[in-house]
Design a protein around this ligand. Structure first.
Ligand code: G16
Ligand code: MG
Length: 220
């Protein structure tokens, strides 16, 4: 069967979480707050706007709309300066190999990300041409765990949600995939991602046999 394989970007294809962390930490410092790795974990897969709202709530801060927008754009400028130097070496292990394997098998491959910077990042790491469809933060109005991003991808790929597979590193993303009735594959720590149908540390743990079993409906 032709399946739709939908990849999250940050934390699945590239490790940009560390750059988001640096940029949010800098922003927090600007407004006199601390910012921990644990807090950063809770921002994974969460939109830029929603992330800032959460940070302000943690620090019990209220800002005017103008100040809010100023901080959002400062954060993004910092983030962009961090990702400026990204190249192929920052693609996570076995991602390119897996994409090529799936494409070689005639499968449909899409990106489903909350990031508004998805396309420039994919260009920098030379993976843009691997994706038949791209749905990112510029296309969706409802953030994960809302399934909108993945349902849009399924529609663009012309593959039914039940025949789609989502690779996600965030709790919200796994929940979005489950709500969309897609097979959810968590990438990361089993403790965080226990709601996923399967969890792997990274793509080096995902065998071609496993992917073949998905394509032949032995796993669904
Ligand atoms: C990513 C990250 C989030 C980030 C969001 C928005 O989502 O995981 O931490 O806040 O994108 O990114 P930007 O500020 O670039 O629009 P995903 O869905 O690719 O993991
Ligand atoms: Mg992610």
């Amino acid at each position: 069967t032709k399946k739709g394989f939908i990849f999250d970007l940050d934390g699945v294809i590239v490790d940009t979480a560390k750059y988001h962390f640096l940029a949010w930490k800098k922003l927090a410092k600007r407004i006199g707050m601390d910012f921990s790795e644990t807090q950063n974990e809770q921002l994974k897969g969460v939109s830029r706007k929603r992330s800032l709202e959460k940070i302000l709530a943690w620090g019990n801060k209220t800002l005017s709309e103008a100040e809010f927008n100023q901080l959002m754009s400062a954060k993004n400028d910092d983030y962009l300066s961090y990702i400026e130097k990204m190249d192929d070496s920052e693609v996570l292990p076995d991602i390119a190999k897996t994409l090529d394997f799936l494409i070689g098998k005639g499968q449909a491959v899409a990106l489903g990300s909350a990031s508004k910077n998805a396309v420039p990042i994919l260009k920098k790491v030379h993976l843009l041409d691997k994706f038949e469809a791209i749905v990112d933060g510029n296309d969706v109005s409802k953030a994960k765990p809302d399934p909108e991003v993945f349902l849009n991808a399924s529609e663009l790929l012309k593959v039914k949600p039940e025949d789609c597979i989502v690779f996600e590193d965030s709790v919200a993303g796994v929940q979005a995939a489950n709500i969309a009735k897609m097979l959810s594959i968590g990438i990361g720590d089993k403790k965080n991602l226990h709601e996923a149908d399967y969890v792997f540390k990274d793509f080096t743990e995902i065998s071609e046999d496993f992917l073949n079993d998905i394509m032949s409906n032995k796993i669904n």
